[in-house]
Design a protein around this ligand. Sequence first.
Ligand code: GLA
Length: 389
Amino acid sequence: MLRGLTIFFLTLKLAAGADPATHGDAVPDKSWNQTRTFSDGGTVTDEPFGIYGHQPVRLYTLTNTNGVSVSIMDYGAEIVRILAPDRNGKLGDIALGYDHFLPYIASSHYFGATIGRYANRIAKGRFTLGKTVYQLPLNDGPNSLHGGTRGFDKRRWETEPVDSDTPAVRFTRMSPDGEEGYPGNLYVSVTYSLNNANELRIAYTATTDQPTVINLTNHTYFNLGGADTILDDVVTIHADSYTPVDATQIPTGEIKPVEGTPFDFRAGQTIGARLKEAGGKPVGYDHNFVLSKGWFSNWAEAAEVIDPKSGRTLTVSTDQPGLQFYTGNFLDGTGPTGRGGQVFRQYDAFTLETQHYPDSPNHDNFPSTVLLPGDTFTSATVYAFGVEK
Ligand code: GLA
């Protein structure tokens, strides 16, 4: 109830544009209000999608020469829609979202959003850097989730044109020192591009002027069948181990083999096959997989999903060490109605969030998420949309 009221008032406040602290309210470059064609034949179209902070929200649609398109708005640098072909070449919408802008402000599901500064959970919202203990807002029981009460998903980003052969758009933000409790002025960018191989690339950079922690991801909910159940989708995850969690979804610190558990997706299994055995409250997959990497490169295929009915496939490749596989367990049929009148229910979609492990700042045995002044954080993930042969 309290959570509902808080979201309601936050929505009113945000919609009214009371947003003096954000650096993202600059008027978007008017020259973008058109379709630009790139040298590979793809296009980016810019259109208004709503009003936020007295300024239009811009929606950028990247379209390649196959007609595949990805629409992203400058609020939350968030994917709103993905149109990809099924085995008969018919385009369908495979990303959960809303028809209009306003429900995105109220939504607590992070549909399509860029998540920062720290994707996933930090135990008790607390971590130490040097001699300083930092306290973050607690917005997920006793923990801090997805950057806090108002993370990157609830901020307007600035837009920059990109010098690229393929359709692309770049969003940037200056996240001020102390925002949501995190230290350092953080300058962050996320660039989306779509090539004619139907590959959506999401690339991030960040720099800071004080030691800080960072973990960025994208939170698109995929349903490859459009609105079908995901339980029959066949998922392969290239991970020999995962990070078990406690009752509040904080890693115990253990790196546990998936062998003999419901988390063994190495040979491919349907989402529904062992979902109940995965446990959790609510029941379902919501776990970080430790990705297997090659000897010479961090870049590797992380996962593949096949929707047998539509024939659509999704392949995820990344340089990140972890992958959160989440089956929409918290979607409970409440909240604003989605595109095409869809009511969002449990297991209506899955996310494959490439990331560092949850709560890394509090686990010395996990890859480090510390970013120091003078260093540049970079990371990239490719979502490739295909069809079963
Ligand atoms: C992530 C988390 C989930 C949930 C969703 C958003 O995937 O791991 O527990 O919080 O985001 O609802």
